[in-house]
Design a protein around this ligand. Sequence first.
Ligand code: THU
Length: 137
Amino acid sequence: MTPEELIQQARAMLPLAYAPYSGFPVGAALECADGTVYTGCNVENAAYGSSLCAERTALVKAVSEGQRSFTRLAVIGNTEDFCTPCGACRQMLYEFAPDLTVYMANRRGEYLTASLGELLPHGFGPAALGSEAMSST
Ligand code: THU
């Protein structure tokens, strides 16, 4: 799949975004190691802090279906600026995919490419907790 095709899957989520408070729809498409793609949109809430970003929506959809290994993520907003993942999304993605490739697109389909390691240098991940903490998974 080309980057443009993954971005197109993210773009298709923009009309599904529930963003009545920010007016800022976001779409995401997360590619798994087996080639499956899980999409997501932001889902806001009247208790603003309970809102969920598009990237984490896609991630929790995928993990809850048994996926644990991810290769690429596309994220897009309906803006001229490139849409970049927030810090909370970077952290959640780092748990499963520290080597993830991230495409950050604008409404025109132009995009930046970065690794998650570039977006979250010296990230805190499962290895930091040691093997004991991971033994129950
Ligand atoms: N948002 C995302 O879904 N992903 C991003 O990468 C940036 C921000 C959402 C959160 C909120 O619903 C709205 O965009 C404005 O911050």
